[in-house]
Structures are given as C-alpha cells and as structure tokens.
Design a protein around this ligand. Structure first.
Ligand SMILES: [Zn+2]
Ligand SMILES: [Zn+2]
Ligand SMILES: [Zn+2]
Length: 146
C-alpha cells in the first residue's frame, strides 16, 4: 500500500488525511504480521523525529475505531494492530509461531448472533472474532523437526 491508497481509504471513510495517519497505515501495511504501538513508534521516528508514543497511540486508536486497522488480542495484554486491505467483513487467524495474520473469509458468527438476538431479545451491534493457532507451514515444519 502506498500513500495514495492509504489516502483513498481515509477519504472513503470520511476521515481526515494527515501525513502521520498515512505513514502509520503504510508502515502497518508492509507487515504480514501485527505490530505493537512501540514497533510503530520506532518506524515513525525515522520520518517524524519529534513524534511521541502517546500520539502514536492516539492515531492507532482513531484508526482502529474507524475500522481502518484491526486490533489483535494477545495473552500478554499488550495492544497490537494489523492493517488489512480487505474491507469486507471478515476475521483473522493469527499464528502463534510466526505471528503471521491470515484472512478468514467466512464469518460464521452471524448465525450465532441471530440466534442470540432471537432468544434473548437483545440487539446485537457488532462482534469480534480472532482465531489463534499454528499456521499450516509452521505446523508442518514443527512436525518435520519432531
Ligand atoms: Zn506460522
Ligand atoms: Zn483481513
Ligand atoms: Zn464476523
């Protein structure tokens, strides 16, 4: 993803286009994996030498709120972020071994939420699903070395 593509996404979502937002999106987009706010900060400092970590957190949160980027949840309770160019509703599989993130095209949760709404009368507004595990290539590599 280049700045133009990042700008187009922000424009489509009616978000303000700023150089820092674009830079954060581009630096997340080149990674096949997720990054912590600290990782993003280290990369952004090359471009914006005076940028502080709180600013990076604020922009990451704004982008996550707007669903431009996805929060990745890990057991260390640190915040992680991943940028996926797939704008359709979908979920992610996160490899615990190589940290790669893969798209899970099928949702499957909508059946569950419909059932829940029907039974409890609740109004479901959104859902979060992240699947963790060991990816195919890590799994076969581990199998070979065992
Ligand atoms: Zn893997
Ligand atoms: Zn995705
Ligand atoms: Zn879903």
């Amino acid at each position: 993803m280049d700045r133009q593509q990042a700008g187009a996404i922000l424009k489509k979502l009616k978000l303000k286009i700023t150089p820092k937002r674009l830079e954060i999106m581009c630096c997340l987009a080149v990674e096949p994996s997720y990054l912590s706010a600290d990782d993003v900060w280290q990369r952004l400092k090359l471009q914006f030498s005076r940028i502080g970590l709180p600013t990076v957190y604020r922009i990451l949160d704004e982008l996550a709120e707007a669903s431009v980027i996805t929060r990745i949840f890990m057991s260390d309770r640190k915040q992680y972020y991943y940028l996926c160019t797939n704008q359709e509703h979908h979920h992610h599989f996160v490899c615990e071994s190589c940290r790669r993130v893969q798209d899970v095209e099928r949702c499957g949760v909508d059946t569950l939420t419909r059932e829940l709404a029907r039974r409890s009368g609740a109004r479901i507004t959104s859902h979060i699903l992240q699947i963790n595990g060991v990816c195919g290539s890590c799994n076969s590599a581990q199998g070979a070395s065992a």
